[in-house]
Design a protein around this ligand. Structure first.
Ligand code: FE2
Length: 206
């Protein structure tokens, strides 16, 4: 007799096990990131999402219950890869001024993986008629998206502050605050350059 054909129901259960593993691992990665982060806002974002993720693990347990299957974790190679990249980046950049930016980037890679997985699981849950499970998965999906957005905003602020400090270091010996004014005025300078080039162009033509 031919082996029983696998169904969407089987795919749902297998993916659920994968995400269960991934989520547990992301709680550990977030706690580690919170310890490594220098910037207060970034550290707080990691702490908050570590707590949130512990709740997401519980939601997954509820989904296992809804489909009447045991809550089991299956090694998620993707999350293992993402977290080992994070370890590597921490070794390479841990003491550098780019450390926080690198950490935020690693965390966003994890969020994007989770967003992809929860999006799929939510759709499949609806298709399989597990409306309560779909609702739980959507709650987590929204938290992941919100975290990703927050990390984008924090990373932009960290990088802006970082480049300001770089500019100040470069201007060492010159009048203090000059570089800050230059940074703020950089947009105007760019506009002036553009105008100047236009002028040059016109002169060339003439
Ligand atoms: Fe998560």
């Amino acid at each position: 007799m031919a082996a029983k054909q696998k169904t969407l129901q089987d795919a749902f259960y297998e993916t659920l096990k994968d995400v269960y593993y991934a989520e547990k691992q992301s709680v550990r990665a977030l706690k580690k990131s919170a310890k490594a982060a220098q910037h207060d806002e970034l550290r707080q974002a990691f702490k908050t999402h570590a707590e949130e993720s512990a709740g997401q693990v519980e939601r997954l347990q509820q989904v296992f219950e809804i489909i009447g299957k045991p809550a089991r974790a299956k090694t998620c190679e993707a999350m293992q890869g993402l977290t080992s990249e994070m370890e590597e980046d921490l070794e390479d950049f841990g003491d550098s001024p780019a450390a926080d930016a690198v950490l935020a980037g690693c965390a966003q890679a994890v969020e994007h993986y989770e967003i992809a997985r929860y999006g799929t699981l939510k759709t499949w849950a609806t298709q399989l008629g597990y409306d309560d499970a779909a609702k739980l998965l959507d709650e987590t999906l929204q938290e992941e998206k919100k975290t990703d957005q927050l990390l984008t905003e924090i990373a932009e602020r960290i990088n802006a502050e970082g480049s300001e400090e770089d500019a100040e270091d470069a201007d060492e010996g010159e009048v203090k605050g000059k570089s800050r004014r230059a940074t703020k005025a950089s947009d105007d300078i760019e506009d002036e350059d553009a105008d100047e080039n236009k002028g040059k162009g016109r002169r060339k033509v003439a």
